[in-house]
Design a protein around this ligand. Structure first.
Ligand code: TXA
Ligand code: MG
Length: 333
């Protein structure tokens, strides 16, 4: 078969069930030779490669156009595997026990003898680990039998992919195979917490809220302010998740040449005159809003309006992660 034929291959599957034998075979065949798979998880679609194969990991960076210094998350089938790759302190153990499988990534000191390639951790002495909850994803990782490196399946700096069609739009022929399990249900990336010393740090708000994490830890999370002696998530660049259209936050009204990203039952003034409107959650439910965020941004970006005006989003629960993504989408580029 010539390289140009039908690439990427797309296979549909039910995300809520373990993969069948044919799908396992197809995914393993691609990963085993250093190929890239568009892999659905409960948060967003990942661009997956064998985390123990440096060439395969290098292809991820090339496909995304990602700065080499930005490390990747290694995905495992079960929490028990974490101790093979890193050192879990008490906080890390508590979080792993409570939130794995699920939208939680732990950054912990890396074991010298881990099989995870240095390119995954971009040479850092810490490693980011996660056990995704989607039964299809876990089954595929288990079948492959090695950790899988997978950043979100978007080009660097752009909106994350929450459907297989987004993966095609973002990465096209750079992906060998896409597993299409429909839209992801959380819709936002995992929460990243660094457990390096006695002070756990929130590196990225995400699918598990700060309130839930602090309840389990029994202490507040510190916030990553970048720089200094604290670990940081190098991927948290100021401009990120960026649509082509400029974004205006906390808009209490929308102009006639603007597209409106609304939230809740009360629409901002001028909503009826806006070029287009997407409501993240007409009832004001932050979980529903998180699930709809990236699709709504993509849809409004396609309109080509002068600006996307974003209604105020409350900063509690998943609102912290939603606001974080929107602030980055609005950042000067
Ligand atoms: O939900 C998710 O986490 C998705 C799905 C596919 O699992 N993955 C994801 O990966 O969002 P990515 O590569 O888009 O974001 C990973 C973030 C980056 O900001 C990166 O800088 C940070 O994790 N990170 C990875 N390893 C790190 C480390 N050792 N120390 C600090 N930050 C790290
Ligand atoms: Mg990403």
């Amino acid at each position: 078969m010539s390289d140009r034929e039908k690439k990427p291959q797309i296979i549909e599957a039910d995300g809520n069930r373990p993969p069948d034998a044919a799908l396992k075979r197809a995914v393993i065949d691609v990963l085993a030779v250093g190929g890239l798979v568009g892999l659905p998880t409960e948060t967003v679609y990942g661009l997956a490669a064998d985390a123990t194969n440096p060439q395969a990991v290098a292809r991820i960076y090339a496909a995304k156009g990602r700065p080499q210094f930005n490390p990747l998350i290694a995905h495992m089938e079960a929490g028990e595997a974490a101790a093979r790759h890193g050192l879990l302190n008490r906080d890390a153990e508590r979080l792993a026990k409570r939130f794995w499988p699920g939208p939680m990534t732990l950054v912990i000191p890396k074991r010298a003898d881990t099989a995870i390639a240095d390119l995954v951790t971009a040479g850092l002495d810490t490693v980011a680990l996660r056990v995704p909850a989607l039964p299809l994803a876990r089954g595929l990782i288990a079948a492959f039998g090695r950790p899988i490196a997978a950043p979100s399946a978007n080009r660097s700096g752009r909106i994350s992919a929450t459907t297989a069609a987004d993966v095609v739009e973002e990465l096209g022929e750079a992906v060998d195979l896409i597993v299409d399990a429909g839209p992801t249900n959380v819709g936002l990336e995992s929460t990243i917490v660094a457990c390096i010393d006695k002070r756990p740090v929130l590196l990225r708000p995400g699918g598990v809220s700060r309130e839930e994490i602090e309840a389990v830890l029994g202490k507040p999370l510190e916030v990553d302010r970048g720089g200094g002696d604290r670990p940081t998530a190098p991927g948290m660049l100021a401009s990120h998740y960026a649509p082509a259209t400029p974004v205006r936050l906390d808009a209490h009204s929308a102009g006639p040449d603007e597209a409106l990203l609304a939230f809740g039952p009360d629409l901002p003034d001028g909503a009826d005159r806006a070029v287009a409107v997407q409501n993240l959650s007409p009832t004001g439910d932050l979980i529903e809003a998180a699930a709809n965020l990236f699709q709504a941004l993509r849809a409004l970006d396609r309109i080509g309006a002068k600006c996307i005006a974003v209604a105020p989003i409350p900063e509690k629960g998943l609102g912290e992660a939603i606001r974080d993504r929107l602030v980055r989408a609005a950042a000067p580029r």
